[in-house]
Design a protein around this ligand. Structure first.
Ligand SMILES: O=C(O)CCC(=O)C(=O)O
Ligand SMILES: [Fe+2]
Length: 356
């Protein structure tokens, strides 16, 4: 009997209960609490000093858009994971009207009055609910962002938001999570193939990460911002699990750090979904796949909405670099729960605690 992924998040040492999102509709100027300087995001000094808003790479090159039906999709995905830690996918078989429906529900949620949204605030030891980003306590300033996380059913929290009309929201979220889970599994197989793990190896691996991974859905809202060059939508971070699948509306904002280049934008491509590598896949790949370091910047005129699906193994799964890979293992074996615990204490330094 495995322990579900949500157990990895419960009881870990993170205290968000005193931090609540700003009532964005009620402010005309950027409050001091949300003004970031160059120093505010450098506490986690992983890849050199990261200037908050000012470095804009002239992205001559950017991560590829990969057709999942193309015969060489695994090869292309492997290349993208090694170089960028991210790519976009088309022909993913998630119906466009489902994506649009979920986005419309997210808009409806974030447009509710602040006091209504606060009724569904995420509990300090919970996963589902409304609130700030989980990385917020690591930074001295607040982000121009509000979120709603769902792991499993959203029913309990949706009832607090819409006591009589919660069902449609829940149905759409359930349907989307199911589609995301199937797609994430398919992409996991593509990525493993790119790492040299073929179908014959699957049974030998007999790993719970392969057969029992599950996900959490995160709805994100970045309202238009009165002074975007001094604000940050989501501070620089890596995602913790195996991979993330992101839908972004037609508003720019996501940027990835490319060493020696700077921040490279990942522009919305109509119909495509963004796939990025998280820390656990970085471990499995023995550090050959980048765990994409990314951030979101707000803008002055349009409201950015995104849906991020984080996919990872059950809490008690043990992960280690895949045995097939060349070279000595660069990380020790670790359970998902232990890794999430370390990440919740040390954020971007977490991997250094398990390096061999
Ligand atoms: O909203 C985005 O563009 C990125 C979201 C993200 O990085 C996250 O939720 O971890
Ligand atoms: Fe992220």
């Amino acid at each position: 009997m495995t322990t579900s992924l949500s157990n990895a998040y419960k009881d870990t040492n993170i205290h968000l209960n005193n931090i609540i999102p700003l009532d964005f509709g009620s402010v005309l100027q950027l409050p001091e609490s949300h003004v970031w300087t160059d120093d505010d995001d450098s506490g986690q000094d992983r890849r050199g000093r990261v200037r908050t808003c000012l470095v804009r790479a002239d992205a001559a090159a950017s991560p590829p858009v990969i057709d999942l039906r193309a015969p060489d999709s695994a090869g292309l995905a492997g290349e993208a994971c090694r170089r960028w830690g991210v790519f976009q996918v088309t022909n993913h078989e998630v119906p466009r009207d489902l994506v649009e429906d979920v986005e419309a529900h997210a808009r409806r949620l974030f447009q509710l009055p602040a006091d209504r949204k606060l009724r569904a605030l995420r509990a300090s030891n919970g996963v589902t609910g409304y609130g700030v980003a989980r990385i917020s306590p690591f930074f001295p300033k607040s982000m121009w962002h509000e979120g709603f996380t769902i792991m499993g059913s959203a029913m309990e929290h949706a009832k607090l938001l819409w006591p009589h009309h919660y069902q449609e929201f829940c149905d759409a979220m359930d349907k989307y999570q199911k589609k995301m889970k199937a797609l994430a599994y398919k992409i996991l197989l593509v990525i493993l193939k790119a790492l040299g793990v073929d179908e014959e190896d699957h049974d030998k691996l007999a790993s719970s990460f392969l057969y029992q991974s599950d996900g959490a859905l995160q709805l994100n809202s970045y309202p238009s911002c009165p002074n975007p060059s001094r604000a940050i939508g989501l501070a620089p971070h890596t995602d913790s699990l195996l991979l993330t699948i992101l839908h972004q509306n037609d508003t720019d904002g996501l940027q990835i750090m490319q060493e020696g280049v700077g921040w490279v934008p990942i522009r919305p491509t109509p119909g495509a979904l963004v796939v990025n590598i998280g820390d656990l896949m970085h471990i499995l790949s023995n550090a050959t796949f980048h765990n994409m370091y990314h951030r979101v910047v707000p803008n002055k005129t349009s409201h950015r909405f995104t849906m991020a699906y984080f996919y990872g193994p059950p809490a008690d799964s043990v992960l280690a670099p895949l045995p097939k890979l060349p070279g000595p293992p660069r990380f020790r074996a670790i359970t998902v729960k232990e890794y999430i615990g370390i990440k919740n204490k040390h954020l971007e330094k977490a991997l250094s605690f398990i390096q061999t």
